[in-house]
Ligand binder design. Structure first.
Ligand SMILES: CC(=O)N[C@H]1[C@@H](OP(=O)(O)OP(=O)(O)OC[C@H]2O[C@@H](n3ccc(=O)[nH]c3=O)[C@H](O)[C@@H]2O)O[C@H](CO)[C@@H](O)[C@@H]1O
Ligand SMILES: C=C(OP(=O)(O)O)C(=O)O
Length: 420
């Protein structure tokens, strides 16, 4: 097992280049199952979740080949298996996209309940409601451990989502792409990765309109053809480095970003006193000497992203004044706070709200990553703290960040990955 060791207190300065978006990549790769022919996907992040989803596609009969570190060529013409390997599916959340993609392509899917970070209950009822509305029969095994869906042929219809769900929006879009007729999905999520998946499918011949608004219309296509597509930059990786600049009174140019996607994060950093300068495809953040308290409520896009909540809580733990952070997307996403408290933070959790009384400085400690972004929050905390912080369970961080420690080291951090 590996861990990260950080000697905190260094000002981070310089440039960092952001990779492709995890949550777009882990949807676009299974979406390739719908494509009849080879597709080339560029700007693929080199992260663990991508390795796992590519492995699942190979097990299903796809040919998956890396042309270089960030370019993937996938040919799903020979995909003929509809049962995804249980052990691999359980390792990541986005394996639920295999349901929509296999149902669309093979009319049958047998997929275990997905894994992913543990934020309490993570239901997929809206995904299944969508598949059923399109004409699939969906069985949930008695212990709710696997989903079997099948159909004689999906037919477009109107679907209203009861909750704004990223996963359900994309999954229903995938299933509807090759369905007969028009599917109208209302009350959909609007995250940048939803637009990216729609753009990928359209580049392969699909007819999807409205992604990025509240209503998506999918005009069923006969077949999709191969092509080339480049994934958008990762909003959350970019946000993590922006927070690191604010947390260390640093000065970082974050390159390869879409500044519009960063609006809610930039706005909160400016409230903390940081200077945020936008360029065409990069953002510079200069941290303030004194970080001011802010209040945050997580919301679906274009609101403040829940996936940036732990990084901000770490930053605010040493801010001037008391901050209130409300988590409104997930029922339980404060598990990492106990670790921050080990570093001296003064945080009280009351249901979905964290009350953070800023202290002068965090102190290094031995802590663990409780999940992907909780782990990123601990890295921010370690960079800010006095003394040495050791972070264990970094396999969670590797799910979504490419060699995070190397990027921080290049910015002047004293951080290393060591074998425990
Ligand atoms: C792989 C991926 O893209 N993961 C992201 C995706 O997760 P994921 O797709 O799992 O999250 P959703 O947007 O679906 O969940 C949002 C809310 O809807 C609820 N819900 C969801 C589906 C459903 O069928 N029923 C239901 O009640 C959930 O419990 C949650 O409270 O969006 C989340 C919210 O931005 C992010 O934190 C995750 O990083
Ligand atoms: C929660 C996340 O991922 P997942 O949904 O894949 O667990 C995340 O990216 O922060």
């Amino acid at each position: 097992m590996e861990k990260l060791v950080i000697k905190g207190g260094k000002r981070l300065c310089g440039e960092v280049t952001i990779g492709g978006a995890k949550n777009a990549a882990v949807a676009i790769i299974p979406a390739a199952i719908l494509v009849d022919g080879p597709c080339t996907i560029e700007n693929v992040p080199a992260i663990k979740d991508v390795t796992v989803i590519c492995g699942i596609l190979e097990e299903l009969g796809a040919t998956v080949e890396f042309l270089d570190k960030y370019t993937l060529r996938i040919d799903c013409s020979k995909v003929d298996k509809y049962t995804a390997p249980y052990e691999m599916v359980r390792r990541m959340r986005a394996s639920y996209y295999l349901l929509g993609a296999l149902l669309g392509r093979l009319k049958k899917a047998d997929v275990a309940m997905p894994g992913g970070c543990n934020f309490g209950c993570r239901p997929i009822d809206q995904h299944l409601k969508g598949f059923r509305a399109l004409g699939a029969t969906v069985f949930e095994s008695s212990d709710s451990d696997a989903i079997l869906a099948e159909t004689d042929g999906l037919v477009g219809t109107n679907i209203y989502l009861d909750v704004v769900s990223v996963g359900a929006t994309i999954n229903i879009m995938l299933a509807a792409t090759l369905a007969k007729g028009v599917t109208i999905i209302e009350n959909v999520a609007k995250e940048p990765h939803i637009v990216d998946v729609a753009n990928f499918l359209n580049a392969m011949g699909a007819k999807i309109k409205g992604a990025g608004t509240d209503v998506i219309k999918v005009y069923g296509a006969e077949r999709l053809h191969g092509g080339t597509y480049s994934i958008i930059p990762d909003q959350i990786e970019a946000g993590t480095f922006m927070v690191a600049a604010a947390a260390t009174n640093g000065d970082i140019l974050v390159k390869n970003v879409i500044p519009k996607h960063m609006d809610s994060i930039s706005a909160k950093l400016i409230e903390t006193g940081a200077e945020v300068i936008e360029y065409d495809d990069s953002i510079r953040v200069r941290g303030a000497e004194v970080v001011k308290q802010v209040n945050i409520k997580t919301l679906p896009y274009p609101g403040f992203p829940t996936d940036m909540q732990p990084q901000f809580v770490a930053l605010l733990s040493a801010a001037k004044g008391t901050s209130i952070v409300t988590e409104s997307v997930w029922e339980s996403r404060f598990q990492y706070v106990d670790e921050l408290i080990r570093m001296g933070a003064d945080i009280t959790i009351n249901a979905r709200t964290a009350v953070i009384k800023g202290i002068p400085a965090l102190s290094g400690a031995i802590v663990r990553s409780t999940d992907l972004r909780g782990g990123a929050g601990m890295v921010i905390a370690g960079l800010m703290a006095s003394g040495v912080t050791e972070i264990t369970d970094i396999q969670y961080i590797d799910r979504g960040y490419e060699k995070m420690e190397e990027k921080f080291k290049a910015l002047g951090a004293d951080i290393s990955r060591v074998d425990e």
